[in-house]
Design a protein around this ligand. Structure first.
Ligand SMILES: CC(C)(COP(=O)(O)OP(=O)(O)OC[C@H]1O[C@@H](n2cnc3c(N)ncnc32)[C@H](O)[C@@H]1OP(=O)(O)O)[C@@H](O)C(=O)NCCC(=O)NCCS
Length: 175
């Protein structure tokens, strides 16, 4: 499902990850902030290829639609729409940004673009609600959620995969 879908806005493109991204992915994920706030652990090309295989498998089932963000020709960030059951009207959004790309509004634009695509009533997903969960102590992630219009709904207690208290933000399909 959704194989090959690319989303574009001005000079920003969200496209499915490709095996040819392995070296760039390894470089982007060699970052303490990403290790601090996410479970991604990519140390070499082998790890990167396994990470990419997981993205391909998720896309094949529809459970995980991950996109590489390319801005000005550079692979810069990751944004993902998770649908663990593969169906229903609810999804969860996640993201990380490579260090060189941060602070340019790219994550916010990517989440906004992905959300509009996921909500499109005439599109292939036509979701009605999107959720976004982040560690309660991660102000940059909270800011991205707020700027993309995701309202803070509640504080969640620690539970896998979030070892600390987390914020649950949500956005419903515009009527
Ligand atoms: C969170 C993350 C994806 C944001 O990416 P980005 O492309 O820099 O996001 P944007 O530029 O769209 O917005 C970042 C906002 O956070 C703010 N911000 C950054 N660091 C901050 C901090 N320590 N405290 C408060 N706000 C902070 C920025 O000022 C900006 O807000 P502004 O536009 O109002 O100034 C990126 O910092 C990252 O990948 N961090 C490590 C991994 C991570 O935390 N992933 C999310 C897991 S839920």
């Amino acid at each position: 499902m959704t194989t090959g879908t690319a989303l574009t806005e001005a000079e920003l493109t969200l496209r499915p990850w490709e095996d040819g991204d392995a070296d760039a992915l390894t470089a982007l994920l060699a970052d303490e902030e990403i290790r601090r706030w996410t479970s991604h652990r990519v140390h070499d090309r082998g790890d990167a290829l396994r990470w990419l295989a997981n993205e391909h498998a998720g896309r094949a089932t529809g459970a995980r639609l991950g996109f590489a963000l390319v801005a000005d020709g550079q692979l810069a960030e990751h944004v993902v729409l998770k649908r663990p059951g593969g169906g229903g009207g609810v999804g969860e959004v996640g993201y990380w940004a490579g260090a060189p790309a941060r602070g340019r509004g790219l994550a916010t634009r990517a989440v906004t673009l992905l959300s509009a695509w996921a909500f499109d009533p005439g599109g292939e997903l036509a979701l009605t609600r999107l959720e976004l969960v982040h560690n309660a102590g991660n102000p940059a992630s909270c800011r991205v959620a707020e700027k993309a219009g995701y309202r803070l709904e509640t504080l969640l207690p620690p539970r896998p995969p979030h070892p600390r208290e987390a914020h649950l933000h949500a956005l419903t399909r515009p009527s």
